[in-house]
Design a protein around this ligand. Structure first.
Ligand code: UTP
Length: 301
């Protein structure tokens, strides 16, 4: 365990990326949905960058059969590097070199997609006895301070599990876990309980747990004995709910624009908004968008 002045440092992250991705079929049949590009960067690379920018040093990606392409992506590419060197394409060369050197990335395969909780349990020996981040492979947050950094800052204040949350519309809460919490201060709640994918009626709040967490290692003991929950899967939410009964757990509303890349709508929103934020693409793309929106072809008549 690395410690600063009495602070336990969060230096490791698990990125679960072994799910079936059924919402994105047929694209996700042979290609992991975590490799879907946001313009020219695979989603999983944006997540690795967020972790590194937040001070994470070691990352474990949970993969599965047929998802080896993620390992290829973060590997060194000697042939490509040589070709770019010969052509003096320095910018492209720097870009691909950075992909393979920015973090220590390790991999393990989940044998069957038994749920997010099961995927996290595969990280038990990698993590050991330290607090760690979990960043799901299809949730991207664009923010000034990286989302994981915001959560680590909270962890360092409270020395307790922090769930990354945002308030969502009531009709959308059934896609997430909802927080039953006690107000601590602006944007921070002490968690009393969690409900996985509740109906709008069942939900205890509109505060949804999104795919970013800082968790204490006590979670592993719980994950090892917990029964399958919603959808017959080992739910991380159920284990976190149990954790909240034995340790303090907080829900923190992080700042930033969050995209669910695993859904078609979220993916489209991410591509359009990232294009509008990029100086090299913005002007032409904006012109194109306004032209196309006004065009009779796309008015649905
Ligand atoms: P999702 O809830 O998006 O599930 O998982 P999914 O199965 O991948 O996608 P759909 O719902 O069928 O479209 C959130 C994250 O957790 C990982 C996924 O890869 C995704 O990044 N996950 C999920 C695992 O690693 N293992 C699992 O068993 C389930």
């Amino acid at each position: 365990m690395k410690r600063g002045a009495n602070i336990i440092m969060v230096k490791k992250a698990i990125i679960p990326a072994a799910g079936l991705g059924t919402r994105f079929l047929p694209a996700s049949k042979a290609m992991p949905k975590e490799m879907l590009p946001i313009i020219d960067k695979p989603t999983i690379q944006l997540i690795v960058e967020e972790a590194v920018d937040s001070g994470i040093e070691d990352i474990l990606i949970i993969t599965s059969r047929g998802k080896g392409i993620m390992e290829d992506h973060f590997d060194k590419s000697p042939e490509l590097e040589r070709a770019l060197e010969i052509r003096h394409e320095k910018k492209a060369l720097d870009i691909i070199k950075e992909v393979s050197t920015s973090a220590n990335i390790h991999y393990i395969r989940q044998r069957e997609p038994k749920g997010l909780g099961d995927a996290v349990l595969y990280g038990k020996s990698f993590i050991g006895n330290e607090p760690f981040a979990v960043l799901v492979g299809d949730d991207v947050v664009d923010s000034k301070t990286p989302c994981t950094r915001q959560l680590i800052d909270m962890f360092e204040k409270y020395n307790a599990t922090i769930l990354g949350c945002q308030v969502v519309d009531r009709q959308n809460i059934s896609k997430y876990a909802s927080v039953d919490g006690v107000y601590v201060k602006e944007n921070l709640y002490r968690v009393k309980g969690l409900i996985e994918k509740p109906s709008a009626k069942e939900a205890t709040s509109n505060q949804a747990v999104l795919g970013k967490y800082i968790i204490t290692p006590t979670i592993f003991e719980i994950l090892e004995r917990i029964n399958p929950g919603v959808g017959g899967e080992i739910q991380l939410t159920d284990a976190l709910g149990e954790l909240a009964r034995v340790e303090e757990v907080y829900a923190y509303n992080f700042k930033g624009r969050r995209y669910d890349i695993g859904s078609k709508q979220g993916y489209l929103e991410a591509i359009v908004e990232y294009a509008l934020k990029r100086e090299d693409l913005r002007d032409d793309f904006k012109r194109y968008l306004s032209k196309i929106i006004d065009s009779d072809l796309y008015k649905g008549n």
